[in-house]
Ligand binder design. Sequence first.
Ligand SMILES: C[S@@+](CC[C@H](N)C(=O)[O-])C[C@H]1O[C@@H](n2cnc3c(N)ncnc32)[C@H](O)[C@@H]1O
Length: 162
Amino acid sequence: MLALARQRLGDGVVLERAELGGPLPFADAGFDDVVASLVLHYLEDWTTALAELRRVLKPGGRLIGSVHHPFVSHLTAPPGTDYFATRSTSQWWELGGTKHLMTFWDRPLHAITDAFTAAGFRIDVISEPPPGPGARERFPEIFAQRESGTFLCFLFFVLTKT
Ligand SMILES: C[S@@+](CC[C@H](N)C(=O)[O-])C[C@H]1O[C@@H](n2cnc3c(N)ncnc32)[C@H](O)[C@@H]1O
């Protein structure tokens, strides 16, 4: 993602990568944007991560990201699972030829939006985006099944530091 960002933005832009969950090694109010793409759902506690992301953003800076869609997590959970609980689920994933036990933290939609606003962000966009340009030509079998071609998978958001 950093390589793609570099390609799109050119050499004159500072790009950093960081571990979420503890203090970030950056000064206050230094960044225009933070991207947290498909990462927050690995964390049980979002309070520290969101506070730190907000701290390093300039006033009016944006947190742009995505998480597992909470409806998918619920639809694929065992019968009787409490949608309204924040709960961990684990799955074995094969990555680079070895199996890894992946643990995610599922939470209901309101817990996601409440965490954002409690951390001092305004929610500008909550999105379930349609397929990108060219998807219909590349994956005609999916569009044959349903006209939108969209599958329920991730929830995307754009937040602004208030
Ligand atoms: C499903 S991948 C998403 C990769 C990429 N960001 C994307 O959107 O395609 C999950 C990523 O989250 C990263 N990750 C997991 N826990 C993290 C944490 N506490 N801080 C930063 N990154 C983390 C993993 O290293 C991995 O690259």
